[in-house]
Design a protein around this ligand. Structure first.
Ligand code: PHE
Length: 435
């Protein structure tokens, strides 16, 4: 397929919304609040923000440099930029991560769909704390429920992707991401009116350094990778659709700020409510699926608020899911010379099989999460950092980063320093700590 046939984003706004759509996901609304809850609230936030600036941003920019300078997918990019080397295996690693992560992601997104449905149907009204806990556990442990909802999620992503880059990915992100912001802000405004507002704010923003351990840094770094969609070629793919020749640093900083803002706003929407009803915020992954429904069951106007919250969670999940599937589809189109429709069908069927496995066994579910988020994404990120920092053609790297010397020239040396030393050393820490 010719480069010009690959598709492209039609507008700058579309590009930013698509990038934000990928970044903003379950990571912000489901994962960030419970990690902050477990790791000292404000202390976690400070460490996380520092890591976004020192590791996250340089990583996103590196993937962007690769995608923009090659204009190709995650495998072919390396073939073009480093011909006759084995660097393109990094792209194949991204493919493996894509399938594994998407399967895991589809199952959790399916839970979000199920809770959205429950919110619309009952709003959790009249359910006791024990009922809610039971219903979550019996649903996740059941045979058909998680499988069906996970498959519905994969199907929805496939339907959007099949429409193409501009008419599918871009169009849906341009509608869904602003909608998500409006809904989240509405939830926040409601939070301000609650009795637990002060306590929630203190919890989220006041650092409790006694809860910080070495594990906190690892969790924060893992979260930075997950939330910014780093280490699996998604940013390479989206960057290759960016033909704007605009200021890359500015758009990536904007996206990282949007992403972090959503994580913080989610915390603001969640914690005051949790404290208002005397619940504990350190509930791990159950914070959103058990604690919050309890809150909605007791709160005035809990019903519409529950619909809003699980609506936000479902939208965030879809826009991220499509970015992972798009990365896979773009590679299949090139590698097997397939039409977009066929590539979408093949990749989503493969994902569907893995999703079913993940939904059926909690061991597989946990293994997929651990394998992708903790091990393979950092590994792929490490390879990208080493490639951009040490192997890529320096002239091309510089001219892509600065758009031929037009923008961000003062930041470029800082970027090079971070990507050569700070980023690889930080990632190596994650990997070594796991071995
Ligand atoms: N960034 C998404 C989130 O926060 C997850 C994701 C990871 C999406 C990797 C694409 C690639 O939920």
């Amino acid at each position: 397929m010719k480069e010009s046939n690959r598709g492209a984003f039609a507008s700058k706004f579309g590009l930013i919304m698509a990038l934000a759509g990928s970044a903003i996901g379950l990571g912000n609304i489901w994962r960030f609040p419970f990690l902050a809850g477990e790791n000292g609230g404000g202390a976690f936030l400070i460490i996380y923000l520092a890591l976004v600036a020192l590791v996250g941003l340089p990583m996103v920019l590196s993937e962007f440099v690769i995608g923009r300078s090659s204009g190709l997918d995650a495998v072919k990019s390396f073939k073009k930029l480093a011909p006759k080397t084995k660097w393109y295996y990094t792209g194949y690693l991204a493919v493996i991560i894509g399938f594994v992560l998407l399967a895991f992601y589809s199952v959790v997104s399916g839970w979000a769909f199920r809770f959205l449905w429950e919110s619309v149907a009952t709003g959790f009204v009249g359910q006791s704390a024990a009922d809610i806990k039971d219903s979550f556990h019996s649903f996740t442990a059941s045979l058909w429920g998680p499988m069906l909802t996970g498959l519905v999620f994969v199907g929805l992503c496939a339907l959007i992707i099949a429409q193409g880059v501009e008419k599918g990915v871009e169009k849906f992100n341009k509608i869904l991401i602003p909608l998500l912001f409006v809904m989240l802000v509405a939830l926040c405004i409601n939070s301000v009116t609650l009795d637990g507002w002060g306590e929630g704010m203190r919890f989220l923003f006041l650092p409790d350094w006694s809860a910080v351990t070495f594990q906190t840094f690892l969790d924060a770094l893992g979260q930075v990778f997950f939330t910014l969609s780093i280490g699996m070629g998604v940013m390479i793919t989206y960057a290759s659709y960016d033909k704007s020749k605009g200021n890359m640093v500015r758009s990536k900083v904007t996206v990282s700020i949007l992403d972090t803002t959503v994580a913080i706003i989610s915390g603001i929407a969640i914690f005051p409510a949790v404290f208002t009803f005397g619940l504990t915020p350190t509930e791990g992954p159950e914070l959103v699926f058990v604690t919050l429904p309890n809150v909605f069951a007791q709160m005035p106007f809990g019903w519409p608020l529950a619909i809003l919250f699980f609506g936000v969670l479902s939208i965030a999940a879809i826009t991220s899911g499509i970015s992972i599937l798009e990365m896979l589809v773009s590679i299949f189109i090139e590698r097997f010379d397939m039409s977009r429709r066929r590539a979408t069908i093949v990749t989503s069927l493969m994902t569907a099989v893995l999703t079913v496995l993940c939904a059926l066994s909690s061991d597989i579910f946990n293994f997929f999460d651990m394998l992708s988020s903790n091990l393979l994404m950092p590994l792929c990120g490490l390879l990208v950092a080493i490639f951009v920092g040490w192997f890529m053609d320096k002239k091309l790297r510089g001219s892509t980063f600065t758009t031929n010397g037009q923008y961000a020239t003062a930041i470029y040396p800082i970027f090079v320093f971070l990507i050569r030393y700070v980023v690889p050393i930080s990632i190596a820490f994650i990997i070594v700590s796991l071995i």
